[in-house]
Design a protein around this ligand. Structure first.
Ligand code: FE2
Length: 306
């Protein structure tokens, strides 16, 4: 199975290890040994009932407001189907210190008009809502997250990147198997993804899948800057075999931690049900952030912790 194939569900499909703990309980009690062992050995941690449903609803409402306030016409050169790739590269490349909007492929017709409503055409928002938007800031800096980050080994956690992922009904695209450290590399490696299910994520609407235990392998690609462009450097051309992938179906309010080297993917959303998620990527300030990483923050926006 190559990295573009979506795993099939069968009787043999393994099920993930699940934990339950609210953010409030995490802040008070921390992670127990079984949770720490799961993250250490499997490379992921699935915690149900972490964020209260009303806080998920509040984040979704805020994302909807950001989209509502965003006028794609202001960025017509970036989004037009005929636009030069350097305009798109720049819009993306500067987004580490901004709140920017990225559309689904084929969102625009040949004339540059949206094929359907703006709110149903956005693929994601990124990448600094956690520092620039008060609602995202509060969600991202929950004391339960701070404690959990410390207990999985981040000595000096810094919030690097936030993404709001829409996975729109019927058109939400698949995300091929990858390691997040491909995109956000530190020396030594330290990135951890905090993935929040804001709605139920199921096999039908494109939940995450992960390859447990494979976080012990090195990264196979680096996506980085080179001579003013974004390039993908292939370190190991072997495709990921998704045969042992585990579906991480997650109820609304669940938190999934992903080790930066854990290969993971998600399928397309062909269902009529949306699957919105919020992700936060955190690095350890004790590790060196590579100067050719695609995501660079403006010098007047230093990274902050929880
Ligand atoms: Fe990822």
């Amino acid at each position: 199975m190559n990295s573009h194939a979506y795993p099939e569900v069968s009787e043999d499909t393994a099920q993930p290890i699940r934990f339950q703990r609210s953010a409030r309980a995490m802040a008070a009690e921390g992670a127990d040994e079984a949770m720490q062992a799961c993250y250490r050995d499997e490379g992921y941690l699935l915690i149900e009932d972490f964020m209260p449903r009303d806080r998920c609803d509040a984040l979704m409402a805020q994302a909807a407001e950001l989209v509502e306030a965003f006028d794609p016409a202001e960025n017509a050169t970036v989004f037009s189907t005929t636009s030069k790739s350097h305009a798109r590269d720049r819009y993306f490349g500067e987004s580490g210190g901004k709140i920017r909007f990225f559309f689904e492929e084929d969102a625009f017709d040949e004339a540059g008009a949206l094929r359907q409503a703006k709110a149903l055409s956005i693929n994601k928002i990124g990448h600094a809502m956690h520092d620039l938007d008060p609602v995202f800031d509060a969600f991202s800096r929950d004391p339960g997250l701070a404690r959990l980050a410390g207990e999985i080994g981040l000595a000096d956690p810094l919030l690097l990147q936030s993404m709001y992922i829409f996975k729109q009904p019927r058109i939400g695209g698949e995300v091929v198997c990858h390691q997040d450290s491909t995109f956000l590399t530190t020396d030594p490696m330290s990135v951890v993804g905090f993935w929040f299910a804001l709605e139920d994520a199921t096999l039908e609407n494109g939940c995450l899948w992960a390859l447990p235990g494979r976080h012990k392998e090195p990264i196979r690609q680096r996506f980085r800057r080179a001579e003013g462009k974004m390039v993908t450097e292939v370190l190991d051309p072997a495709p990921w075999s998704a045969e042992d992938a585990v579906p991480l179906e997650a109820k609304k309010g669940s938190l999934i931690l992903l080790h930066g080297q854990l290969p993971h993917l998600s399928g397309p959303n062909l269902s009529p049900i949306s699957r919105q998620a919020y992700t936060l990527h955190v690095i350890d300030g004790a590790c060196r952030y590579l100067e050719d990483n695609w995501l660079q923050r403006p010098s007047d926006m230093p990274l902050r912790g929880f």
